[in-house]
Ligand binder design. Structure first.
Ligand SMILES: [Zn+2]
Length: 76
């Protein structure tokens, strides 16, 4: 992808999400140097995704707490 070489499938993951089978193919560049760069980028991307996900969860938890707080205030 990055260097134009044909990527090789390293691993194939199969998982069911609901009733549909999702096949995820893990591909890698046959060029180790290029793959190292790609891997580094992937780690960076994953970190960003994790942080975003964490922020999302935190926001949801806060919203839930606020809601619970409001309800208990109303009950009191
Ligand atoms: Zn490459």
């Amino acid at each position: 992808m990055r260097c134009g070489k044909v990527r090789v499938v390293v691993k194939t993951y199969k998982e069911y999400i609901g009733s549909s089978l999702i096949v995820t193919k893990l591909t890698a560049c046959p060029d180790p140097d290029c793959q190292t760069i790609v891997d580094r980028q992937l780690v960076k991307d994953q970190k960003l995704r994790d942080e975003r996900e964490l922020a999302n969860v935190r926001r949801q938890t806060e919203a839930k707490e606020r809601r619970t707080h409001n309800i208990s205030q109303k009950a009191a």
